[in-house]
Write a protein that binds this ligand. Structure first.
Ligand code: AMP
Length: 304
């Protein structure tokens, strides 16, 4: 079994109340693939420029992922800058420099096309669609998106959502997309509009909600005293969720619940450090230990 993940591989310049990092490894596919690699064989589909540092490639390889569909093109790697504030304000995007992404058209190899699971991490929906169209017969297809595409490429986002089984959005995105305030109602509307198996609503430090035809599930986030860098939490959540599902013989409501819990747990490691540092030496047993801690926190023995 393996999961194909398309998205960005980036050099991020990030400012948070905890500090600043320049040109650190980032990108939706980098986070998602590192997270998925904790559970299964992950195959990254993306592009970098000739300036992409060898140490970043070596790190990604060291986590066991397949980089044979990571193209290298003349030009600059995608760069993104963002600032986080110490209050309720949303993250500010400081710059987006597409570089080699401007000309990117993903081409999957035979092994990628035959993967059982596909995670379309955050990237232009046109590229997400190009990947879906090359897949032979995946068992499960999941897609993430962001406000930017809902604002600038809504029709294409809708086409992607019509083609997938599971949609991931954060609370503000699903509210905006569905036009209702309750995230449960918004998730239901999203699921019904596109005939999805499940709509997964990410709520950052408040966990995630899954709205399925036959299940409604609330997954708490692992409570942390402080967050160093929230970048990539959503991508790692989606990567862990997809990777865990790929590793299972079948997708049932129970495996889906566990997958979402793994998503929140892996995301909690990501936000404890800048860039991908929280995943650098993380093992599956570290993840399982934290999941057990989380489950112990919400158990009420007297109530069965
Ligand atoms: P997240 O915090 O989960 O939204 O993911 C942030 C990551 O997504 C960063 O590492 C960025 O490099 C990457 N990113 C930000 N904007 C975009 C975009 N428009 N397209 C693709 N990737 C992006």
């Amino acid at each position: 079994m393996s999961v194909v993940i398309v998205g960005s591989v980036a050099l991020d310049t990030v400012v948070t109340p905890a500090g600043r990092r320049e040109e650190a490894l980032g990108g939706s596919a980098a986070y998602a693939c590192c997270a998925a690699s904790l559970f299964t064989q992950a195959r990254l589909v993306g592009i970098v420029g000739e300036d992409f540092p060898q140490e970043h490639r070596a790190f990604l390889e060291s986590r066991g992922m397949d980089l044979s569909s990571l193209a290298v093109a003349p030009g600059r790697t995608f760069r993104w800058g963002g600032t986080y504030f110490d209050d309720d304000r949303e993250r500010r995007t400081d710059f987006t420099d597409l570089g080699v992404f401007a000309e990117f058209s993903p081409v999957l190899g035979a092994v990628q096309r035959q993967a059982e699971t596909v995670f379309l991490a955050n990237i232009h929906p046109r590229l997400q669609l190009q990947v879906v169209e090359q897949m032979e017969s995946p068992r499960l297809t999941l897609a993430d998106t962001m406000n930017l595409w809902l604002d600038t490429a809504r029709e294409e986002v809708m086409t992607v959502l019509d083609r997938v089984d599971v949609a991931l959005m954060n609370d503000s995105e699903v509210r905006r997309y569905s036009g209702v305030r309750s995230i449960i109602a918004a998730g239901r509307r999203l699921r019904e509009r596109h005939g999805l198996l499940s709509a997964v609503v990410k709520k950052g430090e408040h966990g995630a909600v899954v709205v399925s035809a036959d299940d409604l599930f609330f997954a708490p986030a692992y409570p942390l005293d402080s967050v160093t860098d929230p970048t990539g939490a959503g991508d790692a959540f989606g990567g862990a969720l997809s990777g865990y599902l790929d590793s299972q013989p079948a997708v049932s409501p129970a495996t889906f619940r566990l997958a979402v819990l793994y998503g929140t747990v892996v995301a909690s490691f990501v936000v404890q450090a800048f860039s991908l540092d929280g995943l650098r030496t993380l093992t599956r047993s570290d993840v399982d230990a934290r999941l057990r801690e989380l489950l112990a926190m919400i158990r009420v023995p007297e109530f069965g």
